[in-house]
Every structure is written in structure tokens, then in C-alpha cells.
Design a protein around this ligand. Structure first.
Ligand code: ZN
Length: 256
């Protein structure tokens, strides 16, 4: 089964009515965007939204704040980054969100292998804390679209194998990073996973990788959908500038 849905659930006051509208239109997933901060603060709101989503069969995930660098040379920044991700796991537990997606960090002046080891270490530390606190969402480091940002297909799949964390495959980012969707090769890197959490949109890019997300064309949707495996649970979150409309167009093309 493929679930389609947008990045964004709207303001706290609109979240329930948005979920109802998504449901009515056939959308079965939604990623709550805490990209500029965790704006759902009240426990009651989180529980209410989670309950509603479950009732409507909408699978929730969370996108953690952008201000994260698990490879910072500044220890304080690393701790703050971990806290932001763990805070998402905490509220995500109340909402029954199944994934917390995050951008892991930057290479900076460091070697790729050293960066990898730093980020791996911090993910392992967070996994211990998640277990201790009994948080339920899985950590999902995302494949990134800029060449100077940590998160190649190989790096993320290695993290999955070596830490047991989950992942987020962003095919728009892969197109920007590798100049091709590389769908078959990428899926084979994650072939052991029963569930795929995917981001998709159109994208503008240069030789350095991602420039910006743009609307999702019919052609791009078809390219993605024809390559999706039939034996997995798949969640596709649209991250275009019109994520709701584009998730709906994806769903329509899929149904056809
Ligand atoms: Zn993404």
C-alpha cells in the first residue's frame, strides 16, 4: 500500500479539521513540520491530534527543526541538536508519530569518515535515551540534496545497518545530489526494511546539488510510482511549495 500526504498539518487550531479534510480526499499520511520549532506544545493537543489521526487512518510523522548539526565542533551545539530531535520524539510519542525525520548535519572541514563516525555516535546516544524514556517514534536521518551536507544514500544506509535507526529517502534530494533518481539502486540499499518513508517533490539543482524544491510534475510522479515495490508499506510525503495539491495529484496518478 502507498500512503500519500503533505508536509504540514497546519496550526494547532486547524490540525483536526485539516486531518478530516485530508482523510476525505484520500490522503493517509501527514508529516508535521516542526522545521521552524516544535509549535505543538500542549500535551492535550498532541494527544488529541494523535487520536484523531489514528481514528482516520492517517499515519503521522514529524520533521525535526532545521537547526541541527550532529557534527558540530561545538559540543553545546551537538547537545542542543540532540535535544531538538529528542523533544520531537517526546511529543511524537504522545501523537503516536511513527518517524522523526531530521537533517543530520554538515561535514564542515572534517573528513567524510570522521563526520560519519561522529554522527553515528550521536545517533547511538539518542537511541539509548529513546529506549530509556520509552519514546515510540523511530529516528529517521534523511538523504540530503546538497553535496556538502552529510546524508548520501551510502551514508544513510550505513547508519541504518550499523545503528539500527530508521531512515527517510528523499528522491528529489537524490536527483539533485546524483543527477538521477537512482530508484532501483537506492531501494536495494534499503531492501531489508518493511516500511519506506519517502519524501518527494520537484527540485531545482546545480552541480552543487539542491537549490530549491518546486512543484511536482506528472512526469516526475510517474517516474517514481512505476518503480515503487509492491511488497512494502510505503509513505510518500510531498514537500513541494504546494504539498497538499501535489500529494493529491500523486494519489490521482497512482489510482489511474
Ligand atoms: Zn525531504
Amino acid at each position: 500500500m502507498i500512503r500519500f500526504g503533505p508536509a504540514g498539518i497546519g496550526k494547532v487550531k486547524e490540525a483536526i479539521s485539516n486531518l478530516e479534510m485530508y482523510h476525505k480526499l484520500g490522503l493517509r499520511t501527514c508529516e508535521i513540520a516542526f522545521t521552524y520549532g516544535i509549535y505543538i506544545k500542549e500535551k492535550e493537543d498532541a494527544i488529541k491530534i494523535g487520536k484523531k489521526a489514528k481514528e482516520l487512518g492517517i499515519k503521522l510523522s514529524i520533521h525535526a527543526p532545521y537547526w541541527i548539526n550532529l557534527n558540530s565542533a561545538d559540543k553545546k551545539k551537538v547537545e542542543e541538536s540532540k535535544k531538538r530531535i529528542l523533544d520531537c520524539c517526546k511529543i511524537g510519542t504522545l501523537m503516536k508519530a511513527y518517524r522523526v525525520v531530521f537533517h543530520s548535519g554538515f561535514y564542515g572541514k572534517m573528513e567524510r569518515e570522521e563526520t560519519y563516525q561522529n554522527i553515528k555516535k550521536r545517533i547511538l546516544e539518542m537511541l539509548i535515551e529513546i529506549k530509556k524514556q520509552k519514546y515510540t517514534p523511530k529516528l529517521a536521518p534523511e538523504i540530503m540534496g546538497k553535496i556538502n551536507v552529510f546524508g548520501s544514500v551510502e551514508e544513510i544506509s550505513r547508519l541504518v545497518k550499523e545503528t539500527g535507526c530508521s531512515f527517510c529517502i528523499d528522491f528529489a534530494h537524490i536527483l539533485a545530489r546524483y543527477k538521477s533518481y537512482r530508484i532501483k539502486e537506492t531501494l536495494s540499499e534499503f531492501k531489508n526494511a518493511k516500511e519506506l518513508h519517502i519524501h518527494f517533490s520537484g527540485i531545482e539543482y546545480t552541480e552543487k546539488g539542491e537549490r530549491r524544491h518546486i512543484r511536482t510534475t506528472e512526469h516526475a510522479w510517474k517516474e517514481l510510482l512505476k518503480n515503487m515495490p509492491k511488497d512494502k508499506e510505503i509513505v510518500i510525503i510531498n514537500e513541494s511549495p504546494a504539498p497538499f495539491e501535489d500529494a493529491l495529484s500523486g494519489l490521482k496518478i497512482y489510482k489511474k
